[in-house]
Design a protein around this ligand. Structure first.
Ligand SMILES: *Cc1c(COP(=O)(O)O)cnc(C)c1O
Ligand SMILES: [Zn+2]
Length: 445
């Protein structure tokens, strides 16, 4: 099947449309854009998606992103015509998105839930080690469609690793901007390994993004989550989760809050499926902030100036956001957490994120660094590994179960966003005096 797609401003009172063939990521009014498809999608595609798991050497069936291609195909190619779409779709040889939710007995016990009611989807199993590959596959597809020779991004490390990996494989130049000294060494190493052009910004992630957004205004192709085509690929995390649950949504969906690309993409996926009648229920979203980087938690829960920040049909109280940011600047308050992937003070997708939480009756919580460290260790005891940002989900579920906001017979799915790429932090934890320390025993001969 072929569908036509266009870009549309997220703010209903604007709603301006743009053709797909553009490098712009913002509407003229300054707001973000959505990819919108013409036509509707029948639920019978569910069988097509399932049958493609028997991939018959088609890498686009093997890929857990492109297996769902009808629902993300902004390219205008025929999703049944291999000769057509194989020239356009970008895939790391079908390796991205081959994940699904797992039961983790030790983690379930730790958070106080029956093991069958709390599932974890380890996106660290992606080829570059994080969920970012889901989105870079589609984002780079769009860049390739336009014949772009160079892509750029700001990154706390995983976006740059993924962009560098895919760009190298496609023969496209990747220029990446990372905060100097505030990125896990394993992530920085990947950028070097994949031969990206690395710029170290003196400042934090928010500063690096500012540089990149300026280059975007000058015409550069941006691979950050302001890129709406990237978010289309990130929707497939939801499709794989739902497929595993026979398309019965869980009660809760838990994920870390960084720049809110996932919050935006997951919300869009749920909105579309609900509106097409594929699902009858919306999972309540739980966006998890690190306590040391809690912009969203603060604004959403009305802890600054008392007024909770809401989507409000696109009439977001921008003055409240601006006031809060200038308060942070005036007091020189910078986000600081061990979970560098979510050490983001000014989430660029905040409006899309608010829209997702409103649609799903979502909540925003915050967790301590210490609890994320313990969370990593507990996930490890089930034979999986994840980084601090991802383990924020474990800490958040534990807390919400204790507070009886999540009930033991609720069904919960959490996205473990990435693999640990900071072995120093792990070793320090296990050698130190921590709750789940697992120090080595010395052997003398
Ligand atoms: C990028 C990233 C995040 C943040 O995701 P957003 O979509 O920006 O909110 C969280 N965890 C990991 C491991 C990441 O790489
Ligand atoms: Zn607009």
């Amino acid at each position: 099947m072929k569908v036509r797609a266009y870009l549309k401003c997220i703010i209903p009172s604007c709603g301006k449309r743009y053709p797909i063939e553009t490098t712009r990521t913002f509407c003229d009014c300054g707001n973000l854009l959505d990819v919108v498809y013409e036509g509707s999608f029948t639920k019978s595609l569910i069988e097509v998606f399932y049958e493609r798991r028997n991939h018959e050497n088609n890498i686009f069936n093997e890929s857990g992103v492109w297996r769902f291609r009808e629902l993300i195909n902004f390219t205008g190619t025929d999703s049944e015509a291999y000769d057509e779409y194989s020239k356009v779709f970008v895939s790391f040889d079908g390796a991205e998105g081959r994940t699904r939710p797992y039961e983790m007995t030790k983690v379930a016990e730790y958070v106080g839930m029956p093991k069958e009611n709390v599932l974890f989807q380890p996106e660290g199993l992606n080829p570059s080690g994080s969920f970012k590959d889901n989105g870079i596959a589609t984002g780079l597809t769009h860049a390739k469609m336009l014949g772009v020779k160079e892509v750029i991004c700001a990154s706390t490390g995983n976006t740059s690793a993924s962009v560098a990996m895919y760009a190298a494989n496609e023969g496209i130049k990747a220029s990446i901007y990372v905060p100097k000294d505030e990125i896990a060494l394993g992530k920085l190493a990947q950028a070097f390994q994949f031969n990206a052009c690395v710029y170290q910004v003196i400042g934090n992630f928010d500063d690096a993004l500012k540089v990149v957004l300026q280059k975007g205004r000058e015409g550069a192709y941006i691979m950050n989550s302001v890129n709406p085509f990237r978010l289309e690929g990130q929707k497939t995390m939801i499709y794989r989760m739902l497929e595993y649950l026979n398309w019965n949504p869980p009660d809760w969906l838990v994920f870390p809050r960084g720049n809110m690309g996932n919050c935006s993409a997951f919300g869009k996926a749920i909105m579309e499926l609900y509106e097409w009648g594929w699902i009858k229920k919306k999972p309540r979203f739980v966006a998890v902030d690190a306590k040391g980087s809690n912009t969203f938690y603060t604004l959403y829960n009305g802890l600054y100036n008392g007024e909770p920040l809401r989507w409000n049909n696109g009439n977001v109280n921008e003055d409240l956001i601006k006031d809060y940011y200038s308060y942070l600047d005036k007091n020189n308050l910078k986000p600081k957490t061990i979970a560098t992937a979510i050490q983001i003070g000014r989430p660029v997708n905040i409006k899309k994120g608010l829209r997702s939480l409103e649609y799903t009756n979502g909540i925003s919580v915050q967790v301590e660094d210490k609890d994320m460290e313990d969370g990593i260790a507990v996930v490890g005891s089930n034979g999986f590994d994840c980084e601090h940002a991802s383990a924020s989900c474990v800490a958040a579920i534990k807390k919400l179960v204790e507070e009886e906001i999540i009930k033991k017979d609720d069904k919960v799915v959490a996205i473990l966003t990435g693999r640990l790429k900071d072995p120093d932090a792990m070793i320090k934890y296990h050698l130190g005096n921590n709750r789940f320390s697992n120090p080595p025993k010395i052997v003398r001969i």
